[in-house]
Every structure is written in C-alpha cells, then in structure tokens.
Write a protein that binds this ligand. Structure first.
Ligand code: RFL
Ligand code: PHB
Length: 398
C-alpha cells in the first residue's frame, strides 16, 4: 500500500475512534490516513468494552460495518443489580420506552472496521513510531512518523487525535491551553475472559462486602467477569482458581450453582479513572475518544462516548468540505463536552454506589444499601439508572 505524503485528515490512532472516523470520512469522500503505533494484532488483543448503546449501533450501520454485529450481537433489554445477597432487575426496555443495549465486544467491532478499511484499500500505517504533530495552530498542520527506520512527513488540513489516554496529541498541546480534570480511584478491575457459558442471560453488577463484581459476556459461549481488587495486587498472584473462588464468594447461591468455570483466555488488571481535558479543539487538531476523556468502566460508557465524539467530528468535517461551513468545527468541543460530563457524572456515581472504598467505614456500606434499596423500588429511581445506562439521546438538552 502506498502512503500519500498529503491528506485531508491525518488520524492518529487505530482504536475504535480512529477506525470509525476513517470509515465515516471515506464514505463521505474525504481522504484520510491512519497512523498507529502498534501492530493490528496487538490492537485486537486488547480486551476492553462489551456493551454498545443504540447511538453507537446506529453509527456502525451508518459506516456500513454493522452486518456482523446484527448477526452475532446479543440484544439485552435489562440487567441485574445485586446487593445484600439479593438481585433486582433494571428493565431497560420497559423503563426507557423500548431502548436496549447490545453485547458485542470491542475486539469484534475493531475487527469489522479494520476489515472494511482493508477491503477499501485505505491507507493505514501500523508500527508508526515517534509520531509527532506540528503547526496545528496554523493553516498547514503536519504529522511526521518513523517507519522501518525512515522518517516520513504527512501534510494535512486537520489532525484527529484518536490516540487514547497515553497518546501524543493531547500531550503536544501547550499546558496553558488545556485544563485537565482527574480522579483516580483507589482500586482496579481484575478481568477474566473464558470460553464458558455466561452465569446468567443478562449482566449482573454486584455490590458485595468483599468488593464489586461484574458478570458480563461476549456471546452465549464466552464470558467476561470482573472483580474489584486493590491496586497493589499483582496479576501473577491471581491464578484462575483464585479468581473463580473469589467470584463465587461475591455471588448469590443461584449464581454459585450456575457458574461454569474454565481456563482463562485473558486476565488483566485495569486501573479506574475519571478524566476530562478541556477543550477538545486546538486550532486544526481535534481530540476524540479516550484521548480527551476517560470514565471508570462501571457505566460501560467509554467506547460509546468515543463513538459520539466521532459522530460530531465526522459531521463537522463533512460540513466543512461539502458546505464550506466551519460551524460544526467551532461547536465540536462544547457539544462533545456537554455529553461527556453527563456520562462522566453517571460513571462516577455508579462506581461510587457499587464499590467498597478502602477508607470508608461500615456506615458507607449502609448508605449504599439504603440508596440501592430506594432506587430499585422507586420507578423514577430505576428509570434514572436505565435512561443513563442506555445512553442519553444525541440531542439531549439541545
Ligand atoms: P484506544 O482504544 O485507546 O485507541 C487508541 C489507539 O491509539 C494508539 N496510539 C498511538 N498511535 C500512534 N502514535 C501514538 N503516539 C499513539 N499513542 C497511542 C493506541 O495504540 C491505540 O490503538 O482509544 P479509542 O479509540 O478512543 O477507544 C476508546 C475505548 O477503547 C475505551 O473507551 C473503552 O474500551 C472503554 N471501556 C468500555 N467502554 C464502553 O463503552 N463499554 C464497556 O463495556 C467498556 N468496558 C472499557 C471497558 C475499558 C476497559 N479498560 C481496560 C480500560 C472495560 C475495560 C476493562
Ligand atoms: C464488559 O463486558 O467488558 C463490560 C460490560 C459492562 C461494563 C463494563 C465492562 O460496565
């Protein structure tokens, strides 16, 4: 594949944000080049999100990559919350006027986007090292990168920073031009993926005296489980058997009976963080997805927020090239941030409600149980959870 030295939009990062943006721009006839630090296999090996909101599903359809998702994804009309050993169902479908979520792994979605890009023969550079973004405050931004020992330069109209939390784009902005808000949580999530049938048809979020637990899934034969663990825990110390034993202790009797265990396919510990960078536009460079914000995974919002950033950004580029209007570019940051802060708030609140915080005494657990008891027995309480979980409408509050 020949990589041009000039393009309209240079996209840094081939995670879901970068690949989806590239595909939407391609559909609209806008040239783009993607530069990714890792190999494609490495990107596909990262086990992350599992839950898609309707807004994200619609966007994948718009990008023309939804066929396998509709064939293989599982539609969920509810999930369960457990505390004090009892389960209570949140009827997403009933409480939101018919909305659902879809279980479809980030790995699969990424694979669909990669395949579509390859089929269209669009330029993407894997193992692009030392990516550097320059002159984005002027009219002629540039991106340089090293590949196979040679330095290459890419001239462009715009740079899309889709390079995740540890990327180069946000880090290249002068400190005086950016404000960062951050909260780091005093625990992590230990995740385990296994080819075993899920313990239940729907997800179970568990508040237990031993800490949070989550029973999720990727398909009818593949499960994904998470346990709250101290940040000091070492992944090597968590044998599969130790994981299953701890999950049993956090489940109820029915769950313990129905749990099918097996060897792990992947096991990792992820730290939990709330983070927002403001603004998301710096001249001709725009941040999208985890490059601009991080949520703790409890509300399943990270990938979905990335998808809505990409929707606003692709629309803004399309307006710019087709209608010669900069209106979408000018409002991009404010529109995204309005949505992002609501998802940040929900994810922080849901995390606080469901986890045990090491410095909190027994009274905090009592407060959590009282709040859960109230929320799940109040229709408006349950609806508030459901409405946020399925995702607020794109035009919410506009
Ligand atoms: P990514 O996926 O981090 O991709 C960024 C890409 O940029 C590359 N990169 C660079 N490339 C070139 N030069 C550089 N200097 C570069 N620096 C970085 C990286 O290699 C990478 O390929 O960000 P993106 O595309 O914005 O996507 C965001 C999502 O990945 C993330 O929000 C979700 O995974 C979050 N998340 C969840 N989101 C949901 O909506 N629903 C869920 O159920 C859900 N569960 C989760 C999650 C995240 C988790 N972890 C591990 C953080 C569960 C977990 C455990
Ligand atoms: C997952 O399946 O990885 C998953 C599901 C729901 C969450 C977080 C992660 O809230």
């Amino acid at each position: 594949m020949t990589i041009p030295s000039r393009t309209q939009v240079a996209i840094v990062g081939a995670g879901p944000s970068g690949l989806l943006l590239g595909q939407l721009l391609y559909k609209a006839g806008i040239d783009n080049v993607i530069l990714e630090r890792q190999t494609g296999d490495y990107v596909l090996g990262r086990i992350r999100a599992g839950i898609l909101e309707q807004v994200c599903i619609d966007l994948l359809d718009e990008a023309g990559v939804g066929a396998r998702m509709h064939a293989e994804g599982l539609v969920h009309g509810g999930f369960e919350m457990m505390w004090a050993g009892q389960r209570h169902r949140i009827d997403l479908h009933g409480l939101t006027g018919g909305k659902n979520v879809m279980v479809y792994g980030q790995t699969e979605l990424t694979r669909d986007l990669m395949n579509a890009r390859q089929a269209a023969g669009l330029p993407i550079v894997y193992e692009a090292h030392n990516v550097t973004v320059r002159d984005f405050d002027g009219k002629t931004p540039q991106v340089s990168y090293e590949k196979d020992g040679r330095t290459h330069q890419l001239d462009c109209d715009f740079i899309a920073g889709c390079d995740g939390f540890h990327g180069v784009c946000r880090a290249s902005v002068p400190r005086k031009s950016i404000t960062e808000y951050e909260k780091v949580y005093p625990f992590g999530w230990l995740g385990l993926l296994s080819d075993t049938p899920p313990v239940s048809d729907e997800l179970i979020y568990i508040n237990s005296p031993r800490g949070f637990g989550l029973c999720s899934q990727r398909s009818r034969t593949r499960s994904r489980y998470y346990l709250q663990v101290p940040l000091t825990d070492n992944i090597e110390a968590w044998t599969d058997e130790a994981f299953w034993q701890e999950l049993r202790l956090r489940l109820d009797d029915t769950g313990r009976r129905q749990l099918v265990t097996g060897p792990s396919l992947e096991k990792s510990i992820a730290p939990l963080r709330s983070f927002v960078a403001e603004p998301m536009r710096f001249g001709r460079m725009f941040l999208a997805g985890d490059a601009g914000h991080i949520v703790p995974p409890t509300g399943a919002k990270g990938l979905n927020l990335a998808a809505t950033d990409v929707k606003y950004l692709s629309n803004a580029f399309i307006e710019y090239y087709k209608d010669k209007s900069e209106a979408g570019l000018d409002t991009y940051s404010a529109r995204c941030l309005r949505r992002i802060w609501k998802a940040e708030r929900f994810s922080w609140w849901f995390t606080s409600l469901m986890h045990r915080f090491p410095d909190d005494g027994p009274i905090a657990a009592k407060f959590q149980e009282a709040e859960l008891d109230y929320l799940l027995h109040s229709e408006s309480g349950a609806r508030t959870i459901a409405e946020n979980y399925v995702g607020l409408p794109l035009d919410f509050g506009e």
